[in-house]
Design a protein around this ligand. Structure first.
Ligand code: GLN
Length: 192
């Protein structure tokens, strides 16, 4: 069985661990560079990207993570998506720069900053992961404002990309770990 690490210093890593299990892989909580060696792919969960960034630097995990990502797939959700993007706005902040994306933090504003929406993924997603709409939970979510030429958009909401892949890496601006639908996690497992 494939092993999927969940970056665990901060954020909703427990929900991802359960989602990875439902999708058919073994979840491993990751808190050190050493632990990265035993896994086939890594999930960076939602949470607070600024705090996660500080913890990554504090724990000397940033370099090992970049090295891991050169060979193995990483899946970022929400704050994880912010960490994977090339460029972050509102405000600008450092990131891992693994995907050719520009994201705007808290893109849906403060008033109505969380919502559940039914999104209709592109045919490509439905062929690879299974047919039907996806229930997308957005919590103070970022908006993807720019996608590079090699980025593939798998689903949109209100015209903005919300599930995209760039090579081996995948990001969702919503929280697929908070519903019982395993298709997004299964799609990630198919990339391992
Ligand atoms: N708004 C958070 C940030 O900018 C992300 C929110 C989330 O991960 N649910 O880091």
């Amino acid at each position: 069985m494939k092993k999927v690490g969940i970056l665990a210093p901060q954020g909703d890593f427990e929900a991802h661990a359960k989602a990875v299990e439902r999708a058919g892989a073994e979840p491993v909580l990751i808190r050190s560079a050493e632990e990265l060696k035993s896994i086939d792919g890594l999930v960076i969960p939602g949470g607070e990207s600024t705090t996660m960034l500080k913890l990554l630097n504090f724990m000397d995990l940033k370099e090992p993570l970049l090295e891991f990502a050169r060979e193995k797939p990483v899946f970022g959700t929400c704050a994880g998506a912010i960490l994977l993007a090339q460029e972050v706005r509102n405000p600008a902040q450092e990131s891992l720069g693994l995907m050719d994306l520009t994201v705007e933090r808290n893109g849906y504003g403060r008033q109505i900053d969380s919502r559940v929406a039914n999104i209709h993924p592109h045919a490509d997603f439905q062929q690879r992961a299974g047919a039907g709409d996806v229930e997308a939970v957005f919590i103070r979510a970022p908006i993807i404002r720019r996608t590079g030429p090699d980025v593939r958009v798998l689903a949109q909401y209100e015209g903005d990309p919300v599930l995209v892949e760039h090579g081996r890496h995948l990001v969702a601006t919503f929280h697929p770990e908070l519903t019982q639908d395993s298709r997004v996690h299964k799609l990630f497992l198919s990339k391992l």
